[in-house]
Design a protein around this ligand. Sequence first.
Ligand SMILES: NC(=O)c1ccc[n+]([C@@H]2O[C@H](COP(=O)([O-])OP(=O)(O)OC[C@H]3O[C@@H](n4cnc5c(N)ncnc54)[C@H](O)[C@@H]3O)[C@@H](O)[C@H]2O)c1
Length: 315
Amino acid sequence: MKILVTGGAGFIGCNFVRHVLRQRPEDEVVVLDKLTYAGRLENLEEVMAGITFVKGDICDGAVVKDVMDGCSSVVNFAAESHVDRSITSPEDFVRTDVLGVFTLLEEARRRDIDKFVQISTDEVYGSTASGSFSEADILDPSSPYSASKAGGELLARSYVKTYGLDVVVTRSSNNYGPFQYPEKLIPVLVIKALGGQPLPIYGRGTNVRDWLHVEDNCRAIDLVLEKGAPGDIVNIGSGNEVSNIEVARRILQHMGKPESFISYVDDRPGHDFRYSLHWERIREMGWEPSIDFDKGLKATVDWYVENEGWWKPIV
Ligand SMILES: NC(=O)c1ccc[n+]([C@@H]2O[C@H](COP(=O)([O-])OP(=O)(O)OC[C@H]3O[C@@H](n4cnc5c(N)ncnc54)[C@H](O)[C@@H]3O)[C@@H](O)[C@H]2O)c1
């Protein structure tokens, strides 16, 4: 199988490329990535010999046409992904997360690609104080990031009904693990703690996220690639609902630092209070999350401690 992985130099994408090469070394993997601030060739260093890497934009139809040549499936991770940046520069999000998806879909339908997996997010449902979202629930995104992701996935799903393209959408909860760009909560907190700096926590830190280890997510995405039916929407959660303040406390505990490092900062505008998913569909496909949050968090803290050379140039 020849797979096109777009956004494969980013956090989840590079972990997915590793996962595929471990599981099916015979597969051909083509990575298309624009190498924005979030995409880094270093993320693919140890697998570079086993893949074809192309630097390019998913909004560029000519590049997309070239890289899709001979591919039977596409997994689209490419996105602008940081909510805070979407508040200050929403145009970039509409461009990549909607127009980029459109450009990929157009080429995919021309070639009648066997399977197109669009990586979406639990943020498209918006926030809920209680209960959990199922795939049939309405979308109510709060930020330009989640709204653009919702636009991209709706467009992708329209290609199933309109053109018969085999599209599957995944909506996962918050990922954590190695290679996550140090603007997202967990790497920010670990790196601040390592430097002996205050750990910035929005508002009172009571916002809740369901933390999913990136390797569990990659396993789930691979299963969806194999077993997803046209038009499927698949939630991927982990049952690790933890408040931001509790995440900060556990990180400090793992690192042997005092809670006095925590520093409250002004809340993010429109900050969703809680995300929560039901994930029966992926369970029916044979998936369960396997990485305990405390163990995964400790391993992630250790990874950042041991890989200062990876994050220092960015910070
Ligand atoms: N990180 C999470 O917790 C999370 C949770 C749910 C869903 N998602 C989704 O998963 C996907 C991957 O997220 P991530 O955290 O790895 O993001 P990331 O920001 O770490 O990586 C995004 C990658 O896409 C590339 N990219 C951006 N614009 C591009 C363009 N126009 N053309 C080609 N490449 C481009 C970047 O260079 C980067 O390598 C995104 O679609 C995101 O919405 C992420």
